[in-house]
Ligand binder design. Sequence first.
Ligand code: ZN
Length: 116
Amino acid sequence: MKYQGSCHCGSVSFQFDADEITSGVRCNCSVCRRKGALMTPYVIAPESLQLEVRNDALQVYRFGSGIAAHYFCKQCGIYPFHQTLRKKDHYRINIGCLEGTDPFSLPVEVFDGASL
Ligand SMILES: [Zn+2]
């Protein structure tokens, strides 16, 4: 499947090829519980994510170990993806940012990030 996504204002857009998304993952860590986003169940390799950023809009937030990178658009505040703690440099994508995929129609798994 070819997936295409963006933040709300379009300053950050991206695409990737991956298996069809048939479920989503939520995480209960201190940052994810505040965002509430539904993420892809698999990670995307950095070389597989084609990213386009305008106006230097992509910002990163790190905390704790500093390994996970939580990206957001500084124009519209939307969180399109993060780089995971568990697999360095690999991305999980916010399903709500993808065209043609309804995050509300997918079964949800909860990842216990709070216990890491
Ligand atoms: Zn934006």
